[in-house]
Design a protein around this ligand. Structure first.
Ligand code: NAD
Ligand code: USQ
Length: 445
């Protein structure tokens, strides 16, 4: 018996951003889940949120994207843009319907500021799951100046707390899945494998006894952005305990890659690729720099070791997390969402070998350890069946499919990393001498 249900949120016509409500009958296709969940995706227009929305929609779930489009506004503020030509949210949603027949409902709500609108929507949908990507996520952007520090804290803390309060006061049994960061643990060489969120500790009682406790791993954020994720963690612990909310917090590493099986279906579905000095993460920046012949900007000695995950695996992990909620009354379920670790200078060497570009050691604009090791447990996702894509396997495809294909869209003035952590740091810019040497080495076209 095929699954039959109405498209849309069940409550009838929604014109939202897309102005499109097909009202068509959906038939369960091969690979779709047996239980159709109503899922709200906050931040579903962003880099991780968009491909996640498509995957969950393809699996047959009923998806509502909530976004205030602040990420697009920040691009305008910075004079930057995605390397890939991303379409407006309404065009994306229309394209997804054209290609697959699946409808995604869009809602433009600022969850940090429009609490009543958020409550009205959640009361109407009564979602089984809410995936929360809706925060300002760039460390350099959060460190630019006082205004950007304040914006990041106001936006991220209020967004997370509004969601928690709304779920509590509406009495919803929604599973909240939040995108946190590996950066809550810090990068100060713990010398042990970083566990999934909790650390067993032994406390002496002064009378010769030792008591075991499980505590949240001691936080050591490296930027104001990362600090907001630490504060999120404390709020989750409180609401899971006091109000029995079901919460999964995914401590994610740096996401690399652009496309997933779903975003590749049509160019109008393409995912964003950030490379600018504020939002571009290290590997994206190296790939874009290599494609333009710009020396790879390794900060300091490049001795920083970080955790990475491909966007395809991000989407798989979130799908697994949605399918395995904790029980009411459980402590927050914390999973490390990463698949491998790399040192920045090794990444640069890898990209240089692949492309022949030069590597430049530039001043480190961040206040971070010059060298660190990193060992991380990601046991839960491996046990749940995750088969990671490694960087070595995927790098070539990413270079050809994205960096080289869209290189004409690069805005060179947005490349330098100019946001400094304190007055003692300098921008991570390549010297004029290195730039002109790179220009001389560039092959004539
Ligand atoms: P992104 O900036 O591309 O997407 C975030 C989306 O949330 C944007 O579309 C933005 O408009 C929206 N948003 C922000 N504030 C909002 C608000 N108040 N109301 C409604 N919508 C709001 O970021 P991303 O790279 O997709 O990251 C998503 C989440 O994953 C973030 O919370 C980030 O901290 C986390 N994360 C990302 C990475 C990474 O490498 N990209 C790594 C680890 C964790
Ligand atoms: N780096 C360079 N050269 C560059 C850019 C960065 O050497 O041109 C270095 C940085 O100094 C840093 C490392 O690369 O040591 C990683 O920087 P990044 O910008 O790739 O990543 P980060 O600022 O840590 O933030 C990203 C996401 C954030 C997420 C975090 C996961 O933007 O949302 O939370 O990765 S984690 O790093 O595990 O905390």
């Amino acid at each position: 018996m095929p699954f039959v249900g109405l498209c849309g949120a069940g409550a009838g016509v929604n014109l939202g951003l897309g102005g499109l409500c097909p009202g068509r009958v959906a038939v369960r296709r091969k690979g779709q889940v047996a239980m159709r969940k109503r899922i709200v995706i906050i931040g579903g227009d962003g880099f991780c949120g968009w491909p996640t929305a498509l995957r969950l929609s393809k699996l047959g779930h009923e998806i509502t994207i909530v976004d205030n489009l602040s990420r697009r506004a920040i691009d305008a503020e910075l004079g930057a843009r995605s390397l890939t030509p991303i379409r407006s949210l309404s065009e994306r949603i229309d394209a997804w319907f054209d290609v697959t027949g699946h409808y995604i409902r869009p809602e433009r709500i600022d969850v940090a500021r429009e609490y009543d609108a958020l409550c009205d929507l959640l009361a109407e949908i009564r979602p089984h799951a809410l995936v929360h990507f809706g925060e300002q996520r760039a460390a350099p952007y959060s460190m630019k100046d006082a205004a950007h520090k304040r914006y990041t804290v106001d936006n991220n803390i209020r967004a997370t707390h509004n969601i928690l309060v709304a779920l509590t006061h509406l009495g919803l049994d929604t599973h909240l899945v939040h995108l946190g960061t590996m950066g809550v643990y810090g990068y100060d060489d713990a010398g042990i494998e970083i566990p999934e969120g909790y650390l067993p500790v032994f406390v002496a009682d002064g009378e010769g006894g030792l008591h075991q406790r499980q505590i949240l791993y001691p936080a050591a954020p490296g930027s104001v952005y990362h600090m907001t994720k630490v504060m999120d963690q404390r709020m989750f612990a409180y609401y899971a305990k006091n109000d029995r909310l079901r919460i999964t917090d995914l401590h994610q590493g740096i996401v690399w890659g652009t496309q997933t099986d779903e975003t590749r279906l049509d160019e109008r579905l393409i995912n964003r690729f950030d490379y600018d000095g504020d939002y571009g993460t290290v590997l994206n920046r190296f790939l874009m720099q290599a494609a333009t012949g710009h020396p790879l900007t390794v900060h300091g000695t490049g001795g920083q070791t970080r955790a990475f995950i491909n966007i395809h695996d991000t989407v798989n992990c979130i799908t697994l997390a949605v399918a395995h909620p904790p029980e009411p009354g459980d402590r927050v379920k914390i999973l490390n969402q990463m698949t491998e670790t790399h040192r920045v200078r090794d990444l640069a060497r890898l990209v240089a070998e692949l492309t022949g570009v030069e590597v430049a050691l530039v001043p480190n604009p961040r206040n971070e350890a010059a060298e660190n090791d990193l060992f991380v447990s990601n046991k839960t996702f491996l046990d749940l069946g995750l088969h990671p894509i490694t960087l070595r396997e995927g790098l070539m495809r990413e270079t050809v499919e994205i960096a080289e294909r869209y290189i004409d869209r690069v805005l060179p003035e947005t490349v330098p990393a100019r946001s400094t952590w304190t007055a003692a740091q300098a921008p991570g810019e390549v010297s004029e001498a290195a730039l002109s040497r790179a220009r001389r080495l560039e092959p004539a076209s």
